[in-house]
Write a protein that binds this ligand. Structure first.
Ligand SMILES: [Zn+2]
Length: 387
């Protein structure tokens, strides 16, 4: 099928470049994302973020409080997901309010669509012809779908055990699958492809890991604005994390709102991991270390920690919470009983809330939001064993 070329998105004229998260050095926007060379020379592997010129006096309404790289960009209707108020679960877990931000309502069923949409816009802006990424599931389906809709190619570096439900979707959308035994192999493939003209690497391809494409991660910032509009400013947000794209995007969105005077304080971000990685770094471990572990929470597997994660947790006074698979399954049964379908790593957020209440990191008068990254429908760990 030959489709008309998708029109170029409108780049935000205020986008002035990419800035280091650590040293603030400014660099041009490119299709590659190799982090800050100055910090790398000093031994720190640090991602860059989008940097914008200051807002004009009339720009404090709507999304303008949160600058985005493109507007209008490329969209399939992602975002504006529902916030489910869960009063019974709030009472059960001993907090004043509990909201579930349901990212499964995005077009391909996960939060990844927010990132993919901006990534596709950047690919179109820079005349790329193919998205390339490493993914075990949700990001791959999202990229394949958006690339197909935009008339771009899509290549996915994945692993042998990719669930058939994902593989079928990728095949149907014309995405090419390349199978590798581990993350290092997948990232090497993406990195190699990213060196060729016309390829745009959506996800991380560096070891030590840096995170996904900086402009694409900006796509998560609007979650902050939606949370505020849905239910007011939460005290705490509980977020499943692998390498921290989502958590950092939420952090950056709230930071924009703080800078624009729309909020008076930041919510504390709690990053939920299936085994100790960020937790070990926060306890003094090396940020660039390898922290392997096995988990059925396949969306948050992996052995690496990024500066993005570290910043999202530490800059908000939050932290990391380890939730093992059995604890996550117990939490998922509670969510299922409450009518909420959750992939296992998202259910882990509810178990994390229990830990945070028990340690008084979250108090009884708190307003808490859980990020439901995807539902259980494509999760290979679903259904849970009966009890
Ligand atoms: Zn730097």
């Amino acid at each position: 099928m030959v489709r008309d070329r998708t029109p170029k998105p409108a780049r935000n004229p205020r986008l002035r470049g990419l800035q280091c998260l650590r040293c603030d050095a400014l660099y041009p926007v490119t299709l590659t994302h190799d982090g800050c060379p100055a910090c790398k020379r000093a031994g720190f592997h640090v991602a860059l973020r989008a940097s914008y010129l200051p807002e004009g006096p009339d720009g404090l309404e709507g999304h303008d409080a949160i600058p985005m790289p493109y507007g209008p960009g490329f969209t399939l209707g992602e975002g504006h997901t529902p916030m489910h108020e869960m009063p019974a679960l709030a009472a059960q877990f001993g907090v004043a309010r509990l909201g579930i931000k349901d990212e499964s309502c995005n077009p391909t069923g996960s939060h990844k669509d927010r990132m993919t949409a901006v990534g596709v816009a950047q690919a179109l802006d820079f005349d790329a012809h193919t998205l390339v990424l490493a993914s075990s599931g949700n990001a791959a389906v999202s990229a394949a779908h958006y690339a197909w809709a935009a008339g771009l190619g899509c290549e996915v570096a994945t692993y042998e055990g990719m669930p058939a439900t994902y593989a079928r979707q990728l095949d149907a959308l014309g995405a090419r699958r390349y199978v590798f035994a581990d993350n290092a192999g997948r990232w090497a493939f993406v990195r190699e492809r990213s060196q060729h003209p016309g390829y745009f690497a959506l996800t991380n391809y560096r070891l030590p890991a840096l995170g996904s494409a900086p402009l694409a991660i900006e796509g998560y910032k609007t979650i902050a604005l939606e949370c505020l509009a849905d239910s007011g400013l939460p005290d705490h947000i509980v977020i499943p994390t692998a390498r921290g794209d989502l958590a950092w995007g939420i952090y950056a969105g709230f930071r924009d709102l703080l800078a624009a005077g729309r909020i008076a304080r930041m919510p504390r971000l709690w990053l939920v991991e299936p085994f100790a990685r960020l937790s070990r770094v926060l306890a003094g471990g090396a940020l660039n270390g390898s922290y392997p572990g096995h988990t059925a929470q396949f969306s948050t597997a992996g052995a690496t920690v990024t500066y993005l994660q570290w910043q999202a947790a530490t800059a908000t006074g939050g932290g990391a919470v380890v939730v093992g698979d059995e604890e996550a399954r117990t939490a998922r049964r509670l969510l299922t009983a409450a009518g909420v379908s959750a992939e296992l790593c998202a259910a882990a957020g509810l178990a994390a809330l229990r830990q945070l209440r028990e340690s008084d990191a979250i108090l009884a008068d708190a307003h808490v939001v859980l990020m439901l990254t995807a539902n259980a429908s494509s999760d290979p760990s679903w259904p849970d064993r009966p009890v």
